[in-house]
Design a protein around this ligand. Structure first.
Ligand code: GDP
Ligand code: IMO
Ligand code: MG
Length: 430
């Protein structure tokens, strides 16, 4: 039985939540393995919209055990708000499992995220301000607070004291802010303990046993390939590994047990926050796609930056993640266009690049080389088989497929759970 990793191929917001939800009734476990509530997944079921940030999208599928893996950073206040919000709408969240090794986002890290961005000014990253970067930095610096620390007050106090010893100096001396008090931080974290207790588990062990028992496990990435701290457009990235390798370290599932990697590729490109973006549009086409695609951030409400589809990025995502199947989303957003430019390579200082330039300066200066395909100028949201699509839309999908190194198994033609064409089973017949 397969273990599947699902990642974003571009800069996030490709529709990973919808893709997970689509597979939901064939899955036993959905594991979030990186990031935290910087993610925003919108899932539409029977016209009802759900916005998830911290909980894995699998929480919406009744048979699925949702898991927050060790690689996630958890804001406990957001966790319980999200649980309460879903429970109020009749979604059962009691199956949730949370790794005892996941790190907790403490209040001082939310503060530091915001003040650091302000301090950077024009060099800011454009973070979501949720404390993600400082919390991962603490993890690497070995001064982080883990979920399991909350169950031993004396250890928790020692760890918070150690962290604040340094952080309060930074907050007061560099950023001119009042530091946090150890007691306040400890008390806030302890206030969640009783609610948290039933969810906490050795999730790596449970997942190992589940896989041994033939269960179907999907590891769902937050963020995406180009936001990955190692493989993305550093420093304009998030602070975790959002690529398929992160699924192993962030869940405890070893690479030898992973069967398939699905990458979600939006039919055009979007980005939130700062950083290079070769196919970015600053014209009426960008505005048009932002409006028909409702491209405003689920987490921060910021208008997303829009660009044409970039196949250099698609190929890169295939190679870095070992993609076996792509899910192409939002093909329907092209319904009104006469023609669709697609970036097939870059030109940098007169030299053609078919692969991602390794040098960041080159990527900043990359000028897209486009091929232009004809549009179909009709509503495709009702199509459920590939053959139902107009010839131009089929040709578009096949043009992309021929250039990105893996088959396009799923095509999204609308936001709803039903608005999808499945060309191949990504679960190998499950
Ligand atoms: P995620 O962060 O990767 O889960 O993606 P988001 O939820 O942030 O953004 C994707 C948006 O596209 C959501 O509003 C989805 O409802 C919507 N969506 C996903 N697939 C499709 C599709 O095939 N067509 C259309 N029109 N919308 C889609
Ligand atoms: P989903 O899972 C799009 C971006 C932020 C910023 C950078 C760093 O919905 O695809 P951070 O707060 O993580 O330190 O911000 O990463 N970013 C996202 N962009 N989708 C996301 O998640 C994102 N999560 C973070 O905008 O540029
Ligand atoms: Mg999103």
């Amino acid at each position: 039985m397969p273990v599947i990793v699902l990642v974003g191929a571009q800069w996030g917001d490709e529709g990973k939540g919808k893709a997970t939800d689509l597979l939901g009734d064939r899955l036993d476990y959905v594991v979030k393995f990186n990031g935290g509530n910087n993610a925003g997944h919108t899932v539409v079921i029977d016209g009802e919209k759900y916005a998830l940030h911290l909980l894995p999208s699998g929480i919406l599928s009744p048979g699925v055990v949702p898991v927050i893996g060790n690689g996630v950073v958890v804001d406990l206040n957001v966790l319980f708000q999200e649980i309460d919000g879903l429970e109020a709408r009749g979604i059962d969240t009691s199956r949730l499992r949370i790794s005892a090794n996941a790190h907790v986002i403490a209040s001082y890290n939310r503060t530091l995220d915001k003040v650091t961005e302000r301090f950077l000014g024009s060099r800011r990253i454009g973070t979501t301000g949720r404390g993600i970067g400082p919390t991962y930095a603490d993890k690497m610096n070995r001064v982080g607070i883990r979920v399991q620390d909350l169950f031993d007050e004396s250890i928790l106090r020692q760890k918070v004291t150690a962290a604040l010893g340094f952080k309060n100096q930074v907050l007061s001396k560099i950023y001119n802010r009042t530091g946090a008090k150890v007691d306040d931080v400890v008390q806030e974290l302890l206030s969640y303990v009783e609610r948290l207790r039933p969810y906490v588990a050795d999730t790596a062990l449970e997942l190992s046993q589940a896989i041994d028992g033939g269960k179907v496990v999907l590891c769902e990435a937050g963020q995406a390939t180009l936001l990955d701290v190692d493989h993305g457009t550093y420093p304009f990235v998030t602070s975790s590994n959002a690529t398929s390798g992160g699924a192993c370290t962030g869940s405890g599932i070893p690479p030898t047990r992973i069967d398939r990697v699905v990458a979600v590729l939006k039919a055009f490109t979007t980005r939130v926050g700062e950083g290079p973006f070769p196919t970015e549009l600053h014209d009426k086409f960008g505005d048009y796609l932002r409006e028909v695609g409702h491209e405003y951030g689920t987490t921060t409400g910021r208008p997303r930056r829009i660009g044409w589809l970039d196949l250099v990025i698609g190929r890169y995502a295939q190679r870095i993640n070992g993609v076996t199947d792509f899910a192409m989303t939002k093909l329907d957003n092209y319904d009104g266009l006469d023609e669709i430019p697609v970036c097939v390579a870059y030109e940098v200082n007169g030299v053609r690049h078919d692969e991602m330039p390794v040098n960041q300066t080159d990527f900043h200066h990359a000028v897209p080389i486009f091929e232009t395909l004809p549009g179909w100028k009709q509503d495709i949201s009702g199509c459920r088989k590939f053959e139902d699509l107009p010839q131009e839309a089929q040709d578009f999908v096949e043009f992309v497929e021929a250039r990105i190194g893996a088959r396009i198994s799923i095509v999204g033609v609308g936001p709803g759970r039903e608005a999808v064409i499945e060309r191949h089973s990504v679960l190998g017949g499950v």
